[in-house]
Design a protein around this ligand. Structure first.
Ligand code: PLP
Length: 358
């Protein structure tokens, strides 16, 4: 079975097997890791190692803190304005799809939020604004954007430059998919359930000078300063999710790290888009320069065939291909854990379906 779910997404098979083997007896402790105190020595060691592995993978500079928090991506939609806007009352948001829209809606509860840019259409296809079209207010507390929009399948090919305004990125569906220059960002955050591990956990990578300025009303569990002070254990952390994330980081390291991931991800995306572009039966509505390498939405020429496509693909072991309800059609999410053979199986199925019904 290949699982194309957008999230919670498939995890590497070897990680799942290891978790299964250790489920009842972790490191000879006689209990599951999820039954152990987060303050016990073995757990704290594991947690610190997971952080170090993530730092190694992403080459995170030493002036950044890494936090493991509750609340997924949306938790940070509130965490960002609360932590970064004590001395400012406005922030800029680049709107590229549903998730950046969601982030802006949450930000507006606390701040005046300005739209710094929006997608447009090029030859009928969705295209993201180039740097030259961005309108960034130099007094903004931060500039927020979503490098990869999970629903629309659009991805920025560049990191926006906001001058001295800190760049904040919701990397929920793209983190760890390729090497990244972390020093270009003020804050990077991600819900875990795509390339990191199980849902409920969010990873926040924050530049040190941005910590310690939380607004008075910030809930303690969202306060970066408190999280740093308590090594992300101010309250009980999502212990099992953190452990699984640690296994995923080790899997990434032993598989060539992010450089290798980027190569495989490029090959997977190219395989799928090449097939779609070569067919009159399937189409993708995103401009070539903005196509996501993680989430590939596509439509059938005749949407009356959608339910047949989903029924037969599911029966063939190709799971969760239904597009998000907002855009309809299909979507194949091809995160790190999806092997190239999974994408090849999907393309073979699509070719076969086209022959039968096209
Ligand atoms: N941001 C992006 C880009 C997402 O894809 C998602 C969920 O799929 C979220 C935020 C919301 O994450 P969560 O459900 O963990 O709050």
């Amino acid at each position: 079975v290949f699982n194309f779910c957008a999230g919670p997404a498939m995890l590497p098979a070897s990680v799942m097997k290891q978790a299964q083997a250790e489920m009842l007896d972790w490191q000879g402790q006689g209990v599951s890791v999820m039954e152990m105190s987060h303050r016990s020595k073995p757990y704290m060691q594991m947690a610190a190692e997971a952080e170090q592995d993530l730092r190694d993978l992403m080459a995170i500079p030493s002036n950044y803190k890494v936090l493991f928090l509750h609340g997924g991506g949306r938790g940070q939609f509130a965490g960002i304005p609360l932590n970064l806007s004590r001395s400012a009352d406005s922030a800029d948001y680049l709107l590229s799809g549903q998730w950046s829209r969601g982030a802006l809606a949450e930000g507006e509860k606390y701040l005046h939020c300005k739209v710094a840019g929006e997608p447009n259409l090029i030859d009928g296809k969705v295209a993201l604004p180039p740097q030259s079209a961005l309108n960034i207010n130099p007094d903004a507390a931060y500039f927020h954007y979503c490098p990869n929009e999970t629903i629309e399948g659009v991805e920025f090919s560049y990191i926006p430059d906001a001058g001295h305004v800190p760049v904040v990125a919701d990397m929920s569906s793209t983190i760890l998919s390729q090497p990244l220059d972390v020093s270009r960002f003020g804050v990077i955050y991600a819900g875990a359930q795509k390339n990191i591990g199980p849902s409920g956990l969010s990873v926040v990578i924050v530049r040190e000078d941005l910590i310690g300025n939380a607004r008075q009303e910030t809930p303690s569990i969202l306060d970066y300063g408190l999280a740093v002070k308590h090594d992300s254990m101010y309250n009980t952390p999502p212990t099992y999710a953190w452990y699984l994330a640690g296994l995923v980081f080790k899997w990434l390291k032993s598989n060539g790290g992010l450089t290798e991931m980027a190569k495989v991800n490029r090959a997977k995306a190219d395989t799928l888009y090449r097939f779609i572009d070569g067919s009159d039966f399937y189409r993708n509505n995103v401009d070539d320069n903005c196509r996501s390498k993680m989430n590939v939405p596509f439509q059938l020429a005749d949407d009356n065939l959608d339910s047949k496509f989903l029924e037969l693909s599911d029966a063939a072991g190709l799971k969760a291909l239904k597009g998000h309800r907002i855009v309809g059609g299909m979507r194949a999410s091809i995160y790190n854990a999806m092997p190239l053979s999974g994408v090849q199986a999907l393309v073979d199925f699509m070719a076969d379906f086209e022959k039968k019904f096209g």
